[in-house]
Design a protein around this ligand. Structure first.
Ligand SMILES: Cc1ncc(COP(=O)(O)O)c(C=O)c1O
Length: 367
């Protein structure tokens, strides 16, 4: 049987084995494994490629969120407005320091926070908005920043899935007070383990994050604050440095594959929409159909990996039962969780693989 896995990280490695092996060997020979020169260089290179003043490499995308909130002074008892439909880590990062995630429904058109619902959720405890650029598609940052400015709220962009995406000609993650990135291996820029970063144009936030990332110490064994151990490894930084120059090309390749899928599937399922002024980098190619579960099974029987991101919206997760949400509170998020299905998409996919997946989806609906 043919196989098209949901992701194929081995194929990416094969295509750049020498560069990766050299990067790894450089670190092994240096004997320096945490932060240091590799991380500094990576931070500079990522800052240059995104056009942001500061990049701070950290342990993962979840810790990046925690550090960003802490550096911005958002703390226990504060409310943060965030979409009900995302990976759990977005709201989890808020709750982890005693903050309260306040959910807003998504726009079914792009799966991102419905900006015109934000104002209705603002209270005197609201300190920040946490939009998520879901699947690699930018949220509507212009209107969101207007709401934030009007109400004097901080904005942290959860850019875990969207490094390289743009809205209004600007890279996402560089528009709010801070943006957070994940380098989880399957991300468009992925390490060989966990990794993350914070992007900011604010020197004060950058300095604070750098301090908090290493136990609140500027100088070893002298601690100005109680911080964390949220450091990025040199090995991850070296691997990410080797991959970074390819990111734009990989994102372009993903867009080409998305275009092919959309052309073939547009009459069969709801395809992802591409909105004016936005550069979607297709971390996921996510379709919608009320027959989602059957389709997923059908594709799996044909050796095709397809994934549901995400089967339960955050407001209905047992971990947030104390917030007393019920089914029906955020109908678009709930509907999306019943209908979405992400198809395989990665730059190394062959024309034949894209054909096979598209034809299999079409075949399912011919029955
Ligand atoms: C939207 C979103 N936020 C946060 C994270 C957390 O990133 P990490 O897994 O690197 O902690 C992820 C990871 O998948 C994510 O997709």
């Amino acid at each position: 049987m043919r196989k098209v896995p949901f992701v194929n990280l081995g194929k990416q490695y094969e295509g750049m084995k020498d560069e990766i092996d050299q990067a790894i060997s450089r670190v092994l020979k240096s004997g320096h494994f945490i932060l240091g020169e590799e991380v500094l260089r990576f931070e500079e290179e990522l800052a240059q490629s995104t056009g942001v003043k500061h990049v701070i490499g950290v342990s993962n995308g979840t810790d990046a969120l925690v550090l960003a909130f802490k550096a911005l002074g958002v703390g226990s008892g504060d409310e943060v407005i965030t979409p009900a439909f995302s990976f759990f880590a977005s709201a989890e990062a808020v709750a982890s320091w005693g903050g309260k995630p306040v959910f807003v429904d998504i726009d079914p058109e792009d799966f991102n926070i419905k900006v015109d619902r934000i104002e209705g959720k603002i209270t005197e405890k609201t300190k920040a908005i946490l939009p998520v650029h879901l699947y690699g598609n930018p949220a509507d940052m212009e209107s969101l920043m207007n709401v934030a400015q009007k109400h004097n709220l901080k904005v942290i962009e959860d850019t875990a899935q969207a490094l390289g995406a743009e809205v209004g000609g600007r890279k996402v993650g560089t528009i709010g007070d801070a943006g957070t990135i994940s380098f989880f291996p399957t991300k468009n820029l992925g390490g060989f383990g966990d990794g993350g970063a914070i992007l900011t144009n604010d020197s004060r936030i950058a300095e604070e994050v750098r301090l908090l990332r290493v136990h609140g110490a500027k100088k070893k064994y002298f601690h100005e604050k109680v911080g964390f151990n949220h450091r990025l490894d040199a090995l991850q930084a070296a691997i990410l440095r080797a991959k970074l120059p390819y990111l734009d090309g990989w994102n372009e390749k993903r867009r080409e594959i998305a275009e092919k899928y959309s052309e073939r599937l547009k009459d069969t399922v709801t395809i992802p929409s591409i909105q004016k002024g936005k550069l979607h980098i297709f971390h996921q190619y996510t379709i919608r159909t009320p027959r989602r579960n059957e389709l997923k099974e059908f594709l799996e029987e044909r050796g095709i990996g397809a994934i549901v991101n995400y089967p339960l919206p955050i407001h209905l997760q047992p971990a947030f039962s104390h917030l007393c949400h019920q089914e029906g509170d955020f109908p678009e998020s709930e509907k999306a969780s019943q209908e979405v299905l992400s198809l395989p998409i990665y730059p190394e996919m062959t024309e034949e693989e894209v054909d096979y997946v598209s034809k299999s989806v079409q075949e399912f609906f011919q029955d």
